[in-house]
Design a protein around this ligand. Structure first.
Ligand SMILES: NC(=O)C1=CN([C@@H]2O[C@H](COP(=O)(O)OP(=O)(O)OC[C@H]3O[C@@H](n4cnc5c(N)ncnc54)[C@H](OP(=O)(O)O)[C@@H]3O)[C@@H](O)[C@H]2O)C=CC1
Ligand SMILES: O=C(O)[C@@H]1CCC=N1
Length: 281
């Protein structure tokens, strides 16, 4: 199984995540590149907004007109909210066929659920995040059993190339997807809370907010880069910051006293538990 040369891509539910992935694809121009991209929404207002943002790189539709865009699709990126998924699928049911490749961005919906709802076994389940829009997102990809064989290597490569445009795409078994939903999908919100708290600490001590925000963002960016480039364990890098009797060890002791480390780890666990329940509602 492989993708047709000039394939058509339809994003069914091109909201925050669907359009973040669209931006990444348009910017990176992966190969093979779709010859036509359709973006489907629920409302005319959202369709108009997408059309004015992306111009003639895409065609848009909404509501009952989405069926036509879905009928033409070789690849469908499913980007609706989990609780609307069944209704969205039902609204285009007659336009679906079992040769299409479906890339789901949804939290909670398993490959089995998607497969039976869409009448199609060719599912790639993806969890990515909002930084995708800027090409610095993360994505975890799991393939349905029917796409795991050597005869589907071209499809897997095409899907990975498409998804890798968000920044970084890694493959994991589906059993890790709820954890990935939390770590990768929700992760930016957890990090933003930490970033805002760092900035506010600076403001509390007299630094103007705009400067504090820039510093907090750059400290996080720089620290992330240092972890990636050095390959060192974060604890080893952390100990290099701690001068004996100095400022950092004092600040870290407050964080440990308040249980921040456990709270962050448990927030990942809590969000993953919620993800596991989302598709069952
Ligand atoms: N937001 C995030 O950070 C992340 C979200 N996700 C997952 O991504 C998915 C989408 O979330 P998000 O992008 O935030 O949601 P949005 O609400 O931003 O996007 C949903 C999209 O679906 C469209 N839609 C609604 N009804 C229909 C319909 N009948 N037919 C076609 N399209 C329709 C909406 O159009 P309209 O605007 O007209 O209503 C909108 O474009 C979710 O399943 C979520 O779990 C995954 C990782 C991160
Ligand atoms: O909050 C949510 O449910 C979605 C999934 C991951 C990020 N946002």
């Amino acid at each position: 199984m492989s993708l047709p040369e000039n394939y058509t891509l339809t994003i069914l539910g091109a909201g925050v995540m669907g359009s973040a992935v669209l931006s990444a694809i348009l910017k990176s121009k992966p190969s093979p590149f779709p010859s036509h991209i359709y973006c489907c929404t629920g409302s005319s207002k959202s369709a108009d907004r997408l059309q004015s943002t992306y111009g003639d790189a895409i065609s848009t539709s909404y509501g009952t007109n989405n069926a036509e865009a879905v009928r033409k699709a070789d690849v469908i990126i499913l980007g609706c909210k989990p609780f609307l998924c069944q209704a969205v699928i039902d609204s285009v049911k007659d336009a679906l066929n079992d040769k299409q490749i479906v890339i789901s961005l949804l939290a909670g919906w398993t490959i089995d659920q998607l497969s039976s709802a869409m009448g199609n076994p060719n599912i790639a389940r993806v969890m990515t995040n909002t930084p995708a829009k800027y090409g610095c997102g993360t994505a975890i990809v799991s393939f349905a059993p029917v796409l795991q064989g050597s005869e589907s290597v071209a499809v897997r490569d095409a899907v990975m190339a498409l998804v890798d445009t968000v920044g970084m795409a890694l493959e994991l078994p589906e059993k890790n997807m709820d954890a990935a939903t939390s770590l990768v999908g929700s992760g930016p919100a957890f990090v933003l809370l930490m970033m805002q708290a760092l900035a506010e600490g600076g403001v509390r001590m007299g630094i103007p907010y705009e400067v504090a925000k820039k510093c907090a963002a750059k400290v996080m960016e720089g620290t992330a880069k240092m972890v990636q480039e050095s390959g060192e364990h974060p604890e080893a890098l952390k100990s290099m910051v701690c001068t004996p009797g100095g400022t950092t060890i004092g600040g870290l002791m407050v964080l440990e006293d308040k249980g921040v480390r456990g709270a962050i780890s448990r927030s990942v666990e809590e969000a993953a538990d919620i993800a596991a329940k989302l598709g069952k509602k």
